[in-house]
Write a protein that binds this ligand. Structure first.
Ligand SMILES: [Zn+2]
Ligand SMILES: [Zn+2]
Length: 186
């Protein structure tokens, strides 16, 4: 096990949120333009705590998405700066909590804080683990040339290449066709 379950869940959510942008989403369009789309994403990840469900919250989460996509690309030392900034801005105070069906885990911000702020702080806390373990190489970009997706690579040798099986299959078909095409020409 590289990371704890809650760190993996947090980073999985960050990748899922990041991959709602145009060019990374399943539809190819921005999939975070309606409050209902945000609700569906949060439900899919059993995201706890306050939800306003309004346009303002959606706007704030969209800003958080852009910030997190930027952080995903940073090298380890620069990532530290952003992680520390998020924790300081939110005056994060780590504490152990137990709620719903979940056993003791860390929250660094109140469940009643605005959603976008909680998303940033939870991402920052997960990135603390990644940075401390010196595993930032596992914060990956999809190798498909037409996809800007990101993903957490938990494979044994950090060797996973695509954000999704959708991209993996598409690239495999393309590589096959390219080989077949070359065969016809030559
Ligand atoms: Zn919790
Ligand atoms: Zn992809």
């Amino acid at each position: 096990m590289i990371f704890t379950d809650d760190t993996v869940a947090s980073l999985g959510f960050v990748a899922a949120l990041s991959d709602t942008v145009e060019g990374a989403s399943e539809s190819g369009d921005d999939e975070l333009v309606e409050p209902a789309q945000l609700t569906a994403l949060l439900d899919a990840w059993y995201y706890s705590g306050r939800r306003d469900g309004d346009a303002r919250e959606l706007d704030e989460v969209r800003s958080a998405r852009a910030r997190l996509r930027g952080i995903w690309d940073l090298d380890r030392d620069d990532m530290v700066g952003e992680v520390n900034a998020i924790l300081a801005e939110a005056r994060a105070v780590p504490r152990l909590v137990r709620h719903d069906e979940l056993d003791w885990h860390i929250h660094a911000i109140s469940l009643q804080a605005p959603l976008a702020e909680r998303i940033l702080v939870e991402a920052a806390m997960a990135l603390v683990d990644v940075i401390r373990a010196d595993e930032t190489r596992r914060l990956r970009h999809c190798a498909a040339d037409d996809c800007t997706g990101v993903y957490l690579d938990l494979s044994k040798n950090a060797s996973r290449r695509f954000c999704s099986t959708r991209c993996g299959n598409r690239m495999a078909v393309r590589a096959y066709r390219a080989r077949a095409g070359e065969g016809v020409v030559s």
